[in-house]
Ligand binder design. Structure first.
Ligand code: G6P
Length: 615
């Protein structure tokens, strides 16, 4: 998704912008550009494709290390309105060339605004929604006192519909620039030699740890010396910066070839950080979750709403919450939930799951549910993100920054949070006995060790992937929780290796999809659910009879797997209820090694973005 960096101060502006943009590459982008102030002009350089193209253009222009550039804004774009091209890249300039704008989000009324501006004689050079902002700022700027860029931006914002994080630079105002946000994240960094804006903290973490998180509808005026923040009514806002403690190293590869592998290797740590601090004196305690017995008894159903990997975590959540708490649970992908008129009321608990906390569909679904009176509990990784701030209560996963587009450790920690929640709700409702509760807590705290052991067995997966990375189609089949985890296993494989893959309920395959099984088709079968093992063995026999090659993912003690699987990836023994947290990891590793063998870009798969902040 698009990224923004801006800087004003004494250091080398273009180097700062390029460094920041490179740290935002993980968000996914198809073009990039910068605008900077030099000799009383706004200069813009932008290029389709990778940042290297932009860097080359800056080098050719001889401005990369310029000592006389003290303010600039940069952007990585992920096309929404208009194809990836130099023209559609940001920053966009106003007619006079005086004003430059970078924008994340979508201006919903841009066609209307474009017509208004075209009628007034403004010329458009791109197909983007963003260009209207540049012209509008100029249009309003003409009516303001000379140099009052802040007022011109404020007037512009009042007519924009949709979402935005904005950086605005003006040739007349070399001492400042303006930033604003609504429904799209933007932060301000306070440095010693100048100040920054960014769409995401890692972009500027190597420069400063003092971060001011902008709230919706706020606008900021940045100079090299200070930052002034205002609300939508123009009233000054005082907000203390937060000091970010995590290391910028944590947002980089740390010795691994790819972020994805680094992040898979962090799963044991991430589980520990998510689980252990929540278990104190034999009880699960959440800091900001108010689900007492009265509230839970009054809850007649639960909706879990999320997108992508997070929605797959939600499917596991449904199985365990229903099993343990006996409350009906529905899982919806957020984009469907929003528009299908779901039955939600005051007795509904909506659990929102999101790694980034910024996925637009999820955020919008949450707001919709809130409007309908539901109680909102969010499971989020990014502290201070929009979903986290707007939910009634939040359980933060402690995965740490996730850079690879394919989500891995975030999923395991989302599951951990859901288990903690399910055990706690079941306990509060008196649905599980004290000894059962205590035994689950003990098993939860053992999971980080089990994960370490699982990760130590990478080679089996690596070997199998090296032999079979050329397959054309893969089916993941499982029953119950193995089916739930198959959904995620299948997504992981297809999104990074581009191999067609599907997840199917073991018992459902025979109702049509088995027609696709032919000689050599790879079928991956998680076999962690003891009570359903015999049924799965029958299903495996069905696919083997049609020529399938079968890879099992089974616990050490599951001897029966030998009867039907061609190869087995072993995981340590674990309670079947908790198995998805562990059994997903070999599937993530399988996707990783297949992709590496195919020579593809593991961390930045085609067509995908890490954080999808458009509908
Ligand atoms: C994008 C990412 C997925 C992610 C989904 C939801 O599509 O590519 O990996 O699962 O968004 O993201 P969230 O941040 O809300 O969990």
């Amino acid at each position: 998704m698009c990224g923004i960096v801006g800087y004003i101060g004494q250091d080398k502006t273009l180097e700062i912008l390029m460094d920041g943009l490179s740290r935002l590459e993980y968000r996914g982008y198809d073009s990039a550009g910068v605008a900077y102030l030099q000799d009383g002009n706004v200069d813009v350089i932008k290029r389709k494709g990778r940042l290297d193209n932009l860097r080359e253009a800056l080098n050719n222009a001889g401005c990369m290390s310029s000592e006389d550039v003290f303010a600039g804004i940069g952007h990585t774009r992920w096309a929404t309105h208009g194809a990836p091209s130099d023209e559609n890249s940001h920053p966009h300039l106003s007619d006079s060339g005086k004003i430059a704008v970078v924008h994340n989000g979508i201006i919903e009324n841009y066609l209307e605004l474009k017509k208004y501006l075209t009628d007034k004689g403004y010329k458009f050079h791109s197909e983007t929604d963003t260009e209207v902002i540049a012209h509008l700022v100029e249009h309003h700027y003409k009516k303001c006192e000379p140099g009052n860029l802040l007022e011109a931006v404020r007037m512009t914002l009042s007519v924009l519909e949709g979402s935005y994080a904005l950086g605005v630079l003006c040739a007349d105002c070399p001492e400042s620039f303006v930033a604003a946000r609504k429904d799209s994240p933007l932060i301000i960094g306070l440095g010693e030699q100048g100040n920054y804006i960014a769409s995401d903290i890692p972009a500027i973490l190597s420069r400063t740890r003092n971060i001011v998180i902008m709230e919706d509808q706020e606008i900021a005026l940045l100079t090299a010396e200070c930052v002034k923040l205002f609300d939508s009514l123009g009233q000054p806002v005082e907000r203390e910066p937060v000091y970010v403690t995590w290391d910028s190293e944590a947002a980089e590869k740390g010795g691994y070839e790819h972020f994805m592998m680094k992040e898979i290797n962090e799963e044991a740590r991430a589980l520990k950080d998510t689980i252990v601090p929540r278990i104190r004196n034999g009880l699960i305690r959440f800091e900001h979750v108010d689900l007492n017995r009265e509230i839970l008894e009054d809850t007649d159903h639960i909706h879990i709403v999320a997108c992508g990997t997070a929605s797959h975590a939600g499917v596991v959540g449904k199985y365990i919450i229903e099993k343990l708490c006996r409350i009906p649970v529905q899982v919806d992908v957020a984009s469907e939930f929003r528009y299908r008129d779901p039955i939600i009321g005051e007795k509904t608990l909506v659990i929102i799951i999101s790694q980034s906390g910024e996925t637009l569909d999820t955020l919008a679904a949450m707001r919709e549910a809130k409007k309908m009176g539901a109680r909102i509990l969010a499971i989020v990784n990014v502290v201070g993100s929009s979903i986290a701030r707007e939910a009634d209560s939040v359980i933060y996963t402690a995965a740490g920054p996730e850079i690879a587009v394919a989500s891995t450790k975030a999923y395991n920690t989302q599951l951990a949070a859901l288990y903690l929640l399910a055990f706690q709700m079941a306990h509060t409702l008196g649905k599980i006995e004290q000894d059962e509760y205590e035994s689950y807590l003990k098993k939860l705290t053992e999971l980080p060790d089990v994960m370490e052991k699982t990760l130590a067995r990478k080679e089996t997966v690596q070997r199998f992937a090296a032999e079979h990375f050329n397959v054309h189609s893969v089916f993941f089949i499982g029953r119950s929780l193995d089916y739930a985890l198959s959904m995620e296993a299948s997504l992981k494989l297809k999104e990074i290796s581009y191999i067609h893959s599907e997840a199917y309920a073991g018992g459902e395959l025979k109702h049509g999809t088995i027609a696709l099984i032919e000689e050599g088709t790879l079928v991956v079968c998680p076999l962690t659910q003891d009570r359903l093992l015999d049924k799965m063995i029958s299903n495996i026999r069905e696919v083997k009879a049609r020529g399938a090659l079968v890879l099992g993912i089974a616990m050490d003690s599951c001897a029966k797997a030998e009867e039907v699987c061609d190869t087995i990836i072993r995981i340590p023994d674990v309670d079947p209820l908790l198995a998805p947290i562990i059994a997903v990891t070999p599937a993530q590793l399988f996707a990783y090694y297949v992709t590496v063998n195919k020579g593809l870009d593991v961390d930045k798969p085609r067509n995908l973005a890490k954080s999808v902040t458009v509908e």
